[in-house]
Each structure stands twice: as structure tokens, then as C-alpha cells.
Design a protein around this ligand. Structure first.
Ligand SMILES: [Zn+2]
Ligand SMILES: [Zn+2]
Ligand SMILES: [Zn+2]
Length: 346
């Protein structure tokens, strides 16, 4: 076994800043001595994330040596919290209105308490240790990891941070399907059947939007599928067990379909609420800001969105708690969980 991971000085916190300059924003990295890189347009965010991811890959550390950097820094990032708890994850934090981004190890409890942050989906973590082919194959034969609901929740959450705020709901749903369905080479073959199930108002518009964000490039299409190359491979490099992710992608489709509306925003909002409702219950609660970000709407637009979900019978009721800035809901007859697949109980 290689011991090179255990070298001292691996801090597992990487920060980059976007500095406005006359010619456009420049990426300044605290870890690199380089003066800065100019970034272009709406793909700037993808480039920034790819840069952070490259640092994370360069500084791998085995799971048992990783500690919560948030706690180490005095947990200044979040309110209301009772101490570290849960497995260590990679947390992506957006600060100063998107001008500063930090990627670091954090415990599950600190991660959940941090606003403007997304846990990098679990599927990517093992990439850091670059496991041997044999270990990878063995892992593939007995897939273990989060269930579909958790995978979808984490991916939605990650995309809410990775995609520009103005990204439309239809494009967000499409991005989710692509991110969950990509293979080890970051390629996706998205069958037209899946596209039809997404019921996008204009698939061409959604593809164009995602191409512009730098998240992916559409390559070509044949009569059965659209071929896509994912570009934000830094943080999304998928591992392990693609069948698990395909199952999660199908789960997401079915959960969004339960809304029985062709309005992509209502379908995305339904998905965002269903992934936050335990399958043993019809009650859910979440930070209002988080749900709004996943839907790509300002928090002020959330009440009217939730009212529309009540009208569509996806929700029975909802309530906002002003003191905690949380929103709670009860799912209605059309907001039910898709039946969990047998394999989803691991
Ligand atoms: Zn750097
Ligand atoms: Zn903390
Ligand atoms: Zn912690």
C-alpha cells in the first residue's frame, strides 16, 4: 500500500476568488502562485470548479485521516449547530455572492448547517484515492452506497451550486439526468425516451443553455439518443457503480413525473421536495433558501411556487417558519414517492 497520502501539510481546504477586472473576471487561486486566469462568460463557474477539483485530486487523503476543517476553523461558517457528527464529505461553499469559493473536508453535520454550500456527491469521493483496477471491479460487482433518493438529493444540491443562478428549470432537470447517467469517461448517451419523459418545453433551448454554462457539450445525435460529453468532470467524476446512478436517474424521472404537469419548474420543485421527505413519511422540512436555489428561483418566489404545488395536489399544505427560515410541507396525493426499488435498501 502506498503511504504517500499521509504526508503532512495536506490541508484539504482550497479557495479561489473571482476578481473583477476591466477585461472580465480573473480567477485567483490561493494555492497556486500564478497571478490569475481570465475567465469567459457563463462557463466561468465550470472552469472555477474544475480548478478546485484539480487541487482536491492532487491532495488525496485516505478517509480515516480526513477531519472536519469547518470545526478546525471554529465553525464560523454556520449557525445553530451542536458539534461535529457523521462521515467527512467534500463541501463546496460559495461566499461573498459568488466571488469566493471554497472546497474543503467537512463533517456531515457542519455541511448540513452551512448555507450557500453543497456536498459534493458521494460517488466522486473514491476518485481521490485512485483505486487499483481490481479494487474498482470488485467494488462494481457489489455496489454499495447511498440509495436513489440520497443520490438525487445530493446531485440536485450540487447542481444548484454548480449551475449559474439563471439556469432554467428544464435545463436543470436535463443536467441532473446527464450527471447521473454519465459513464467513467464522462460521456452520456441520453435516449430520446428519457428526453420525452422530461417533457421539456424546448429541448434545444435546454441543451443550448447547458452548453453555454460549460457543464457539458452535446456531440451528436442519432435516431435514438443524444451523445453528450460532460465537461464539469472535476467534481462529478463518477464512481462507483453506474447501475446505481442509472437507477437514481430513473427514480428522479418518476418522482418528477408524479406532479403530472408539463411545467418544468413545478416538476423540478416537486422533485426537490420529494427528495427531502423520508419515504416513511409525508412530512418534510428544509431551509427555504436551499429549495429555492435548487429550483433556480429567488427565495421570495417560493411561496407562490408552493401554492401552485398545492393547487396541483403535489402538496397538501406548506408552512414557512420565519424565525428559522425553514419551510415545511406535507405531500399530497400527487407528490408521493416513487416506489423504492428493492436494491435501494442498502
Ligand atoms: Zn490553484
Ligand atoms: Zn462546523
Ligand atoms: Zn464538523
Amino acid at each position: 500500500m502506498k503511504l504517500c497520502f499521509a504526508r503532512s501539510g495536506v490541508r484539504r481546504t482550497w479557495t479561489v476568488e473571482l476578481r473583477p477586472q476591466p477585461g472580465g473576471p480573473v480567477l485567483v487561486c490561493r494555492q497556486c502562485t500564478h497571478g490569475g486566469w481570465p475567465l469567459v462568460g457563463s462557463a466561468a463557474r465550470a472552469e472555477l470548479l474544475a480548478h478546485l477539483a484539480a487541487h482536491a485530486r492532487q491532495d488525496p487523503l485516505p478517509a480515516h485521516l480526513r477531519i472536519c476543517r469547518c470545526h478546525e476553523r471554529g465553525c464560523r461558517q454556520h449557525p445553530r449547530h451542536r458539534g461535529c457528527n457523521g462521515p467527512i464529505r467534500l463541501l463546496l461553499v460559495r461566499e461573498r455572492g459568488g466571488r469566493r469559493w471554497r472546497l474543503s473536508d467537512a463533517c456531515t453535520a457542519c455541511a448540513a448547517a452551512t448555507t450557500q454550500a453543497a456536498v459534493v456527491p458521494e460517488t466522486t469521493l473514491a476518485v481521490e484515492a485512485t483505486p487499483s483496477r481490481r479494487a474498482r471491479d470488485r467494488r462494481r460487482r457489489c455496489p454499495r452506497g447511498p440509495d436513489s433518493q440520497t443520490r438525487v438529493r445530493e446531485m440536485l444540491n450540487y447542481l444548484a451550486t454548480a449551475l449559474p443562478v439563471e439556469t432554467e428549470a428544464g435545463a436543470r432537470m436535463l443536467a441532473l439526468q446527464c450527471a447521473l447517467r454519465m459513464n467513467d469517461s464522462a460521456q452520456v448517451r441520453l435516449p430520446y425516451g428519457v428526453l420525452r419523459s422530461l417533457r421539456l418545453q424546448s429541448a434545444a433551448d435546454a441543451w443550448r443553455e447547458l452548453n453555454e454554462t460549460g457543464l457539458l457539450r452535446t456531440r451528436h445525435s442519432d435516431h435514438r439518443a443524444m451523445a453528450v460529453q460532460m465537461l464539469d468532470v472535476g467534481l462529478l467524476t463518477q464512481y462507483p457503480a453506474r447501475p446505481d446512478r442509472l437507477r437514481a436517474a430513473d427514480w428522479a424521472l418518476r418522482a418528477a413525473c408524479s406532479a403530472r404537469t408539463s411545467n418544468p419548474l413545478l416538476r423540478l420543485a416537486t422533485l426537490s421536495l420529494v427528495v427531502r421527505t423520508a419515504h416513511t413519511s409525508d412530512h418534510g422540512v428544509s431551509e427555504a433558501e436551499q429549495v429555492a436555489r435548487e429550483c433556480g428561483v429567488p427565495a421570495t418566489a417560493l411561496p407562490s411556487l408552493l401554492e401552485q404545488l398545492v393547487a396541483a395536489k403535489v402538496l397538501m399544505t406548506w408552512q414557512a417558519a420565519l424565525d428559522t427560515e425553514e419551510v415545511s410541507w406535507r405531500l399530497g396525493p400527487k407528490g408521493l414517492h416513487p416506489r423504492p426499488a428493492v436494491e435501494d435498501t442498502n
